[in-house]
Design a protein around this ligand. Structure first.
Ligand code: ADP
Length: 376
């Protein structure tokens, strides 16, 4: 069994141990050499070039992804050439454009923040004044980790975005949403096979700092019962409604008036699921491989009552993560360390740690204390 992964980042890298365990031959098409997943048999090539991607895809049984940026014409060329692509182009089209996403989620009858497509500053100002004088503006494409998301009180604050959204010589559009008053952010991950089987992990709580995921608590505290059921139901509706294959991550808001709204979708393993590698019977990377190969999915029960994952953002000001191992590993022998093999740089996700156990306070403490060894 050969799986090809387009994109050589840490998500591709973390599929490698799972592939080795299953005896799956994993090959990576990386954007450049020296990337996180270089440890897997790596080719370097441009994922926007159809010929390059087809040549790579023909060496594997199924193609999947480390990111959602492969252009639609390249995705469709693979499908036309008879290659199994999971998730497929139709599903990915929804993850690639936040306006399409809002539209499809609304059509599926799912709860989303109030939103509109705006082409002009006047339209945006009208939305802002109808929504209490503030709103969240998003560029439909290419944003990640909060880049391309801005809270504004006037259209003038995103004047340069209106100037850059011209597509094919035509004025494009921005997405504007109500500024959601949320109590916390949650994420629900599921995996779906092409033949239909779905498995859900417990809903988790995610903590964002400056638009970047910083911590995840699994399961989300105070989620047992209705909240867990609603979150799983929402994600299953999306996976089935959009025909998603592989892992689907659904980012959610829990509002101060107790509603659950869908924020974002990711159709690949996701930062909010990293805890599952150490905290669940089946980690998200193994599950993703099983799903895209249309193999039976693994159980998603947890090892301990709680798992807490803390990202290593930035890392040490000087030297490498491994320079800190002697102290960090000695001080926190129960914590699992994941190093993405990336050079430290302010704000960059270069690794994470996960602690698991039955007492939430001590699990949070362990994970934060271990991660702190790796940051300045
Ligand atoms: P990205 O694709 O860059 O991750 P998101 O759409 O997930 O962007 O937004 C990043 C963060 O911005 C979210 O995690 C949340 O904290 C905040 N955010 C996004 N949309 C809204 C909204 N409508 N109301 C309030 N906060 C929001």
């Amino acid at each position: 069994m050969r799986v090809g992964v387009i994109g050589g980042g840490q998500l591709a890298r973390m599929m490698i141990p799972a592939a080795i365990e299953l005896g799956v031959d994993l090959r990576v098409l990386a954007e450049q050499s020296g990337m996180s997943a270089e440890i897997a048999a790596e080719r370097v090539g441009d994922y926007t070039d159809t010929a390059t991607v087809l040549e790579f895809a023909k060496t594997v049984d199924v193609v999947t992804f480390d990111h959602e940026h492969v252009p639609q014409d390249v995705l469709r060329a693979m499908v036309d050439a008879g290659i199994a692509v999971h998730p497929g182009p139709d599903a990915l089209a929804v993850a690639q454009d936040k306006l399409v996403m809002r539209q499809r989620l609304s059509e599926l009858g799912l709860p989303v923040p109030d939103w509109a497509r705006v082409e002009t500053a006047e339209e945006l100002d009208a939305f802002i004044s109808e929504h209490g004088g503030a709103a969240v503006v998003k560029t439909p494409r290419g944003g990640y980790d909060g880049k391309g998301v801005r809270v504004v009180h006037s259209a003038a604050e995103v004047a340069e975005w209106f100037a850059t959204i011209v597509e094919d010589g035509r004025q494009g559009a921005l997405l504007v949403e109500e500024l959601v008053d949320f109590r916390r952010e949650l994420a629900q991950l599921v995996a779906r096979r092409p033949s239909g089987e779905i498995a859900a992990w417990p809903v988790v709580e995610t903590l964002q700092v400056g638009g970047v995921c910083s911590e995840v608590i699994a399961p989300a505290p105070r989620s047992a019962g209705r909240l867990a059921d609603v979150a799983a139901e929402v994600a299953i509706t999306i996976a089935e409604g959009l025909g998603v294959t592989g892992v689907l991550a659904v980012e959610l808001f829990e509002t101060t008036d107790d509603r659950i709204l869908v924020n974002e979708l990711a159709m690949r393993p996701h930062n909010s699921g990293h805890w599952s590698m150490d905290g669940s019977t089946t980690g998200q990377f193994e599950q993703h491989l099983r799903a895209v190969l249309d193999l039976p999915l693994g159980a998603t029960g947890s090892h301990g009552d709680w798992s807490v994952m803390v990202n290593v953002l930035g890392g040490p000001a000087e030297g490498a993560l491994t320079d800190r191992y002697a102290e960090a590993l000695a001080g926190h022998p129960t914590v699992k360390v994941h190093n993405y093999g990336k050079a430290p740089r302010p704000g960059r996700k270069i690794g994470h740690v996960t602690a698991t156990g039955d007492d939430l306070d001590s699990v949070v403490y362990e994970a934060r204390a271990a991660a702190a060894f790796f940051q300045d």
